[in-house]
Design a protein around this ligand. Sequence first.
Ligand SMILES: *Cc1c(COP(=O)(O)O)cnc(C)c1O
Ligand SMILES: [Zn+2]
Length: 417
Amino acid sequence: MNYHSHLKCRECSRRYPIEPMAACEECWAPLEVVYDYDRLRAEISRDAIAHRPPTMWRYHELLPLTGEPYVGTSTGFTPLALAPRLARALGAREVYLKNDAVNFPTLSFKDRVVAVALSKAREFGFDTVGCSSTGNLANAVAAQAARGGFKTFIFVPADLEPEKIIGTEIYGATLVQINGNYDQVNRLCSEIAQKYSWGIVNVNLRSYYSEGSKTFGYEVAEQLGWRLPQNIVVPMAGGSLITKINKAFHELRQLGWVEPHGTKFFGAQATGCSPITTAAKKGIAEIEPQKPRTIVKSLAIGNPADGYYAVKTILGSGGAGEDASDEEVVEGIRLLAETEGIFAETAGGVAVAVARKLIEQRRLNPDESIVLAITGNGMKTLGAVSGALRDAHRSAAIRPKLAEFEENYLGLASARA
Ligand SMILES: *Cc1c(COP(=O)(O)O)cnc(C)c1O
Ligand SMILES: [Zn+2]
């Protein structure tokens, strides 16, 4: 049963049929999937959803597929956990971690968007798919395309982390490494999508891809007992995830499934690539593109496609944008690991570091509920933290002698020497 009817331009409201296109032909604004919320409200209930399997597809009526999902059938419904030890370290009362570091199958939130995009690619009849990526999207497309039997071309900047390169090639995808930054990679990818009839998940399938991000928001609300958090901190690359969590919360209010109070959105970026938070700090939605220079490669998009809407989401909610230096990001990764036992990638370090700064600045209210979006896994960005740990915890190897252990680790001079 289908509740989505057509695509609609975000700016001029022109309608388009459900087809592989992502931008309005009149004004080039993004196209949004439109649903029949009246019929949804009448026919679907929260209780019905609560009895479904724990995957992102429990919200399938709010996703733009005509049939059953084709790939990513186990994706989503990741843990939302209270984080009391991190909260104490941040000086806050009620902090939750939404942990997509353990999302299936490739350990980042990108599995959500790819599950929708490639299932839609199948419905459209594409046999070849691809993406331009800063790493996690490459992993997710490669893995799920292998499962779906697609031919796959993946375009990435050549300076990606080795874990993300290997974690793409292993699935047999054709990996095209390009000497250039993400924005140059993306431009080439758009040309290719136009010339060949391929389903590029973040180009001509972008309107469907981005709907997958909404499930992150639905899950947060359901896992809080059908409540919206008072605050949420979201790392931003192209600015799609934060925009779509906002759409998800808005839809839940419209369906009457949550109380109609708002959530303040806080967007987080690395200082070395912060076009969206820079605009948010100035209070304007116009984005000035940057050349990325940061260890946070997953968020290194200098000219973010949804930056304009991300700033509007942030400012319209009464939230704020803030960025963190590479050193603060590494500190954030360590703090999260040492307090809550969760090893996040650099984007997770950005979320923690930015939350800490915003609380210190009292722009994020430590007495209210705060959700941190942990969007990727630390095993994929080992190089970012290995240098910081070498001195901190590790001393040279010892011989297998009790006395040597006691001397080196307990500070006891050996009695039996
Ligand atoms: C892509 C990505 C984001 C942000 O995604 P956008 O929707 O492009 O803003 C956040 N965290 C991680 C780990 C990502 O890979
Ligand atoms: Zn338009």
